[in-house]
Ligand binder design. Structure first.
Ligand code: MN3
Ligand code: MN3
Length: 334
């Protein structure tokens, strides 16, 4: 190849900038610290204690499909989502934050395999990964989100905002049709240790949805009213399209459990949360969500000792769980 730069012309045009964390850029350092504080690995959770429970569990296939669907979404978020957001965001601290988030997505994707390897046979595992490639609703939602991620254009805040919107849809909304089942079962005393892995993933997604939503709002503020209205319309249309697909996915996935209705209520609750992360009006009326599942996501109020089954290092590393106060930014100068 022909190198264009020489020592004589290297300072003449585009100069490389180093990320400077001494300057504050909104809340991104707060999100960084929160994510680092939450560091965890699936191997620290004693999933093997679920083996006995698993052997007599009636809906093994449903459970595995739920986790395999989540694996696909976390794989997409690792390989495309956070990479594309980091690549096209110009702000260096935000790039670093998304890269850090991306590493956690890889941990999430791997943690489902850790559960599979601990509980299931190789034949079962091969079968469920095959199912992932054949389920049209799962493939549809992945392709829909991927399309927005790969449509970001250089120095184009509209397409960058759309990708942020899609990312929040994935992390604060679409994951929850899957998260429902382990939370529901764990809350009823079934597969409790696997549910703890899912709780740790949800704690990360809560940070990611807040951070990505926050940065989306910073971009959105810079647009004029006409562009804002167009983007809102685009966003609500995408959400509705994904929601329709999610209803079919839920019916398909949960058919034999009789839980589809409860899952859908939880999905709507989280669709509203995703919109709130983005600073947009909610679209579904308030309704009751299964209290066991709601208890599972309020990580500050779980009744069992959250870290009791993990190594001592985690008691130290995980300084505090997420509470509403974590996201009270009133003290910050934005
Ligand atoms: Mn994830
Ligand atoms: Mn995430």
């Amino acid at each position: 190849m022909q190198y264009l730069k020489t020592i004589e012309n290297v300072l003449s045009d585009d100069v490389f900038q180093a990320v400077n964390w001494n300057e504050t850029h909104g809340l991104n350092e707060v999100f960084w610290k929160q994510q680092v504080k939450q560091f965890w690995l699936p191997e620290e959770v004693a999933v093997s204690k679920d083996i006995l429970n698993w052997k007599s569990f009636e809906f093994q296939t449903v459970y595995m499909r739920v986790l395999a669907g989540l694996t696909l979404l976390d794989t997409l978020q690792t390989n495309v989502g956070m990479n594309e957001l980091a690549r096209f965001t110009n702000e260096l601290q935000v790039k670093a934050l998304y890269t850090l988030f991306g590493a956690f997505e890889a941990i999430h994707a791997k943690s489902y395999s850790y559960i599979f390897t601990t509980l299931c046979t190789n034949a079962q595992i091969d079968e469920v990964f095959d199912w992932v490639e054949k389920n049209p609703y799962l493939q549809y939602k992945a392709s829909k989100i991927e399309e927005v991620y790969t449509s970001i254009k250089e120095n184009d805040d509209v397409s960058l905002w759309k990708a942020h919107f899609a990312s929040v849809m994935l992390e604060s909304f679409l994951f929850y049709s899957g998260f429902f089942y382990p939370l529901y079962l764990g809350g009823h005393g079934t597969m409790k240790n696997s549910a703890e892995v899912i709780s740790l993933i949800i704690r990360d997604e809560s940070t990611h949805g807040s951070a990505t939503g926050y940065n989306a709002q910073q971009i959105f503020k810079t647009f004029g009213k006409v562009t804002q209205d167009e983007l809102k319309l685009w966003g609500y249309e995408l959400l509705l399209d994904l929601y329709q697909n999610e209803l079919k996915y839920t019916d398909d996935l949960y058919a034999e459990t009789g839980l589809a209705g409860k899952v859908k209520a939880y999905v709507r609750f989280n669709a509203n949360k995703a919109l709130m992360n983005l600073g947009l009006d909610t679209m579904f009326p308030e309704e009751e969500v299964d209290p066991i599942v709601m208890n599972g996501i309020r990580t500050d109020s779980v009744t069992h000792d959250f870290f009791s089954q993990k190594g001592n290092s985690y008691t130290i590393a995980n300084v505090q769980p997420i509470t509403d106060a974590t996201f009270d930014f009133s003290g910050y100068n934005l």
